[in-house]
Design a protein around this ligand. Sequence first.
Ligand SMILES: [Zn+2]
Length: 157
Amino acid sequence: MKPHLKVFRQRKASMIREAMEARDRAFSYRKFNVGVSALCFNEEDLTYRTFRGINIKPEEEGDTICGERISIGAARAEGFRLLVGLVVVGKQQPDGVTKIVRKVLPPCYKCRVFFRGLLGHGISPETLVYMLDPDTEEHETLSVAQILATYNGRIHA
Ligand SMILES: [Zn+2]
């Protein structure tokens, strides 16, 4: 993963801009908008590409489609199976399941289960998630391993 993570660091600034733009296209009945840019690697032609995602939650009832999962799904559909890193731009809020409060918006419970299920199938423990609150400019980078270690013990809380 090391060479891939170097590319992620190199592209992060432009990925932040992509995620910010995408965030304006999100749809949330309560105006809680999230934008994502995912850097993915195609193991067949050895190329990198970023894919954007947004959250969509038209009504309170029913599921949220998260930007993280949309971007990863779009990438895989195009043959970009390896997720190197995500940039997630959204306002800070406490985790819905564990109630853990950070200064940023970490992936939700359903996204964490999704990451866990894809470990070894396109997601590495070293895959990075850079989170940015666009209002406060607080930001934090965690690996998928760190995210799962922080939240997984209480995944069924
Ligand atoms: Zn989510």
